[in-house]
Design a protein around this ligand. Structure first.
Ligand code: KIV
Ligand code: NA
Length: 283
């Protein structure tokens, strides 16, 4: 199948077709998303939580994000792959933002980058990255990298002032040249207003149904974790579309039991007859 490009997304948006985005941090999940035909794969800094077990997204480094990006790109041949600029890699100056975005493109081999925030300084950074020839996805509303000032993972845009701030930030990011904007954890009417005001697609995550597309975190979507205390993300708005954690748990319990019973490996899984052909295959 042909690769998803910005032109593909623009076409979908023009025809009113919703855009699907899911996060991935490694090769296997990227292969799953590619096979499912998901439009956009986001190598999100939520990797800090779901892949590394941190309580928030702040600790992950650009170097670690680059490793995740390279692994995802190997598995996601068709989707557009977007790499998240992690906390600390773009706030100091537009020059720092461009430098980090260039590394995500050159070393992470992604198709585009995403950055959080819609304050004037962030809009300036977005513009500088676009000027450098790199496609930028914006991200407003709940921006997890700034929980220090937001006071935690809290919905945004719940007051008239807050709602205006969300819509104005999205508009400013569009003016800066962003090709899409993530709206995270804002009331559905605020997301609807932003979507109506913008010419570029909005991607909602906890922002109701009236966005141009939707995004979810892979582990939450597939039900990777069986216990809520293990999942570092799983917000209320997440719908669990699968129960993969239960299937994994069952497979591991069976494996452990069969090892303890000496039932595994059985004859079928013991290479006691190594032919010359088999040897060739392993050397
Ligand atoms: O890092 C992430 O998973 C994200 C999505 C929630 C949009 O930024
Ligand atoms: Na993110």
């Amino acid at each position: 199948a042909r690769r998803v490009t910005l032109a593909t997304l623009r076409g979908k948006h023009r025809r009113g077709e919703p855009i699907s985005m899911v996060t991935a941090y490694d090769y296997s999940s990227a292969v799953h998303l590619d096979s499912a035909g998901v439009d956009v794969v986001l190598v999100g800094d939520s990797a800090a939580m779901t892949a590394h077990g941190h309580d928030n997204t702040l600790p992950i480094s650009l170097d670690l994000m680059l490793q995740h990006c390279r692994a995802v790109v190997r598995g996601a041949a068709r989707p557009l792959v977007v790499g998240d600029l992690p906390f600390g890699s773009y706030e100091s100056s537009p020059a720092q933002a461009v430098e980090s975005a260039v590394r995500l493109m050159k070393e992470g081999v992604v198709d585009a980058v995403k950055m959080e925030g819609g304050a004037a300084s962030r809009v300036g950074a977005a513009r500088a990255i676009v000027d450098a020839g790199i496609a930028v996805m914006g991200h407003v509303g709940l921006t997890p990298q700034t929980i220090s000032v937001l006071g935690g993972f809290r919905a945004q845009g719940k007051t008239v002032d807050g709602a205006l701030k969300v819509v104005e930030a999205a508009l400013a990011l569009q003016d800066a040249g962003c090709f899409a904007v993530v709206l995270e954890c804002v009331p559905a009417p605020v997301a609807a207003a932003a979507t109506a005001a913008l010419q570029i697609p909005t991607i909602g995550v906890g922002a109701g149904p009236l966005c141009s597309g939707q995004a979810l975190v892979y582990a939450d979507l597939v039900g990777m974790f069986q216990s809520p205390e293990h999942s570092k993300v799983t917000p209320k708005f997440c719908k669990q579309f699968g129960d993969v954690g239960a299937a994994i748990g069952k497979a591991l319990a069976e494996y452990k039991q069969q090892v303890e019973d000496r039932a595994f490996p059985d004859a079928d899984h013991t290479p006691y007859k190594i032919s010359s052909v088999d040897v060739d295959a392993f050397t």
